[in-house]
Design a protein around this ligand. Sequence first.
Ligand code: HEC
Length: 140
Amino acid sequence: MIPSAHEYHLKGCFAFSAAVVALVLAIAVATTYAAWKSDTAHVAPTGYHGDPDRGKTLIGTYGCPSCHTVGGATPRGQVGPPLDGIASRSYIAGRFANDEIWMTEWLQHPQRLRPGTAMPDLNVGERDARDLAAYLATLR
Ligand code: HEC
């Protein structure tokens, strides 16, 4: 049966309304998810620009735990000072202000900052150093 002009219009109207409702629901779900995600994401401490999650992974990549106890990683090296609680310390290697700039510098060039120190230059690039610094800054 051919629908009357009125029925035909109604059908279109229902379809359109259903599409609008679906769209509004999708937006609501997406916004809620985005809010939840930003709440739970690991956020870099104030003043640090690196990615602490990536920094945490790099600790293992560079073998820092062979000399430092850090975040439960193994081996729990005893060559250098423990890095747990490093964020609460005022100085790096007893000399340099513990902020993003000095930490990034220290991680890249310990031998330049403190010639002869037992911490070797590990060929850490700037991006990696920033991410490591952001992670270390979470260890209060
Ligand atoms: C071969 C051993 C060794 C390795 C590997 C090593 N470190 Fe060190 N690290 C040391 C020593 C020793 C010191 C103490 C330096 C000093 O005071 O002169 C030190 C000092 C530090 C400090 C300053 C700590 C403080 O309380 O003053 C930080 C931060 C640090 N290391 C981070 C790292 C990170 C991150 C890595 C991996 C990328 C790493 N170290 C790899 C031996 C090492």
